[in-house]
Ligand binder design. Structure first.
Ligand SMILES: Nc1ncnc2c1ncn2[C@@H]1O[C@H](COP(=O)(O)OP(=O)(O)OP(=O)(O)O)[C@@H](O)[C@H]1O
Ligand SMILES: [Mn+2]
Length: 375
């Protein structure tokens, strides 16, 4: 019953958009969202929309409520919206050695790179994101209001800075500063509003403990996957395989911060999870965090289509690191990643294939490991 009502909200909202005389690029993006992904593999609108976002004048800015680190909701002159994450540190700065994944600063370039990685892996579950240079004086300070406006100041080095209000790192010591007032940031296309397209938030079964002295159950129980396989929604349908895809994606970028994930309620339980929030990926180019692959080595599962893509990106002709370099070269903030991260992507891909190989050696039947979804 509940599902049916939500389907109706979504369809009346869709009809409303489709009726509009001139559907905007933003409308087209929203209308293209499906059960399987946020856009189609051959959708030319995605690159067009991202290019548009790099040039469109900004009309309004507000702080995004909640969240641990500062984010701005940007409204453009044509009525479209994006989620802005500012650059805090130069790309060369790695995750601080004594920081946990949950105290790591977010990186705008990781958000951009993660979108490209998700698309190259064929998932299309991450929101399209582009980099853009903003002029803090003209494009942020001139539009800021209320509490946000009060946080702008000139630093001792004569740069324009602000820190906003949030529960972590929103103070003078952790301000976001321009050079002298130019600032890099990531702009993520906004998803349809929660009213028209409500989302469900799920705890990730392999989430980390977020406590500096405690371990999660999957870290101490090698049979953890057997438990997960018993419970909804992992006991049927696509979801457990989606978790394997997420592990591939997160391991390649070194993202340990996948505590929750979201799905659109209107598509029901058998829909693709969204890949959101990758600001803590690409933090350490010289360390491979193999525990991110725990879902894969504990369950020994992978979609055939995913394995197929991984093998292609491993053997070439264009390998993963090179493909990332190529697709990100059009971004205004190119280069997005340092060379060491491109090397890490190819090295980690080899590790994933090795883990799958070990699963196949152990398995009684390879069809229990590689799940055929290529019909
Ligand atoms: N492109 C988007 N459009 C609309 N909403 C978004 C978009 N990206 C993220 N969100 C929403 O904003 C919330 C916060 O985003 P994000 O997780 O990136 O920030 P965060 O500061 O890391 O948050 P948290 O600390 O709660 O994890 C997400 O839970 C998601 O629901
Ligand atoms: Mn987060």
């Amino acid at each position: 019953m509940g599902e049916a009502v939500r389907e109706m909200d979504w369809s009346s909202w869709r009809r409303e958009k489709e009726k509009k005389e001139n559907a905007t690029m933003w409308d087209m993006f929203h209308l293209g969202i499906s059960r399987d992904g946020l856009y189609a593999s051959d959708d030319p609108n995605v690159n067009k929309l991202l290019h548009h976002v790099t040039r469109m004048p900004i009309a309004h800015i507000t702080q995004k409520e909640g969240g641990t680190q500062l984010k701005l909701i940007i409204e453009f002159a044509d009525g479209g919206h994006a989620l802005f994450k500012p650059m805090r540190f130069p790309r060369e700065q790695e995750t601080l050695k004594n920081h946990f994944y949950f105290t790591d600063f977010e990186r705008h370039n990781a958000e951009i790179a993660a979108f490209h990685l998700d698309r190259l892996l064929g998932f299309r579950r991450a929101v399209p994101i582009t980099g853009r240079n903003v002029n803090i004086t003209r494009e942020l300070y001139a539009l800021a209001q209320g509490d946000l406006l009060k946080t702008f100041f000139i630093s001792p080095d004569n740069n324009l800075c602000f820190h906003g209000k949030c529960s972590y790192y929103c103070d003078t010591a952790h301000a976001i500063c321009g050079n002298p007032d130019m600032l890099e940031g990531s702009f993520a296309i906004f998803l349809p509003g929660k009213e028209a397209a409500p989302r469900k938030v799920w705890r990730h079964p392999w989430r980390r403990s977020y406590h500096k002295r405690r371990k999660a159950q999957w870290e101490v129980d090698d049979d953890y996957c057997e438990l997960v396989k018993e419970v909804h929604p992992y006991n049927e349908g696509r979801r457990l395989l989606d978790i394997m895809d997420m592990a591939v994606f997160d391991f390649l970028m070194g993202n340990m911060d996948r505590h929750h994930y979201e799905t659109f309620k209107m598509f029901g339980n058998n829909s693709a999870p969204l890949h959101l929030d990758h600001g803590r990926g690409f933090g350490k180019a010289h360390h491979d965090e193999v525990s991110i692959l725990a879902p894969i080595y504990q369950c020994c599962l992978m979609r055939h289509s995913t394995l197929h893509t991984l093998l292609r990106l491993h053997t070439g002709p264009e390998r993963l690191g090179a493909a990332m370099r190529r697709t990100m070269s059009a971004d205004p903030l190119n280069p997005i990643l340092t060379e060491a991260h491109h090397e890490a992507l190819d090295r980690r891909l080899t590790t994933i294939l090795q883990v799958v190989r070990e699963c196949l050696i152990k398995a009684h039947d390879p069809h229990n490991v590689i799940i055929n979804d290529l019909h």
